[in-house]
Write a protein of this length. Sequence first.
Length: 247
Amino acid sequence: MPSRPPADTSLRRQVYGWLRDALTAGRFTPGQKLSFRFVAGEVGVSLTPVREAIRLLVAEGAFEMQPNRSVRVPLMTRDKVLELRDIRLAVEGLAVEKAAKRATREQVARLRRIASELLEARNRGDFAADRQKIREFHFALYAIAGLPTLQRVIEGLWLQTGPYLNLLYPDFVASPRGPERRLRLIRAVQAHDAATARREIVADIGGALTYVAGLADAAGMIAPARPVETRRRRRPPSSPSGEAVFP
């Protein structure tokens, strides 16, 4: 059997990467249906690489195949979210612990910059940018660990939980605990305090996914995200030391 032309493989990877980024950044909501044509139009490719990329993501549990050349972002149960929460606590806690031991001044500065951009997005009520910056912050942090296999495991987990970022807005993100925790995490990484850094990321992930699990109905099903209105939010207060408190 002749092999596929290299161009086809490149386009498949392009579509696959675009969909992975969109899923992990919460661009798609739980239960949302996507047609192959929609994806092809967004990425600017033909249907063939879209079908191939989607087939891979269905196998990874990120999509469910639907009739009429479409897929759906899976809905989840309370038990599934709690299972994913516990796995993420273990693997992302490990990644942050390793990252804190080897973080450089430049890497910490990048984390602070991303956190500042996240703050700006949240202040102007841009929740799409807010979610994107959450993803960027977490994966910049995990990359510091220098463990590519662990990073791929984390990415696979985010494929399933990323769409549920939408359920954190606007109520959960309004909590003052998040800004304080993000600041403590950055400080711990800067100080190479691995135990504290792990504790803070575990509290962050655990709080968010426990909140999502708590949204389940009496049958244990978690409803799709409702549209979030864009609105301006007041700036969070500074810390006692005068540093900005990052969300």
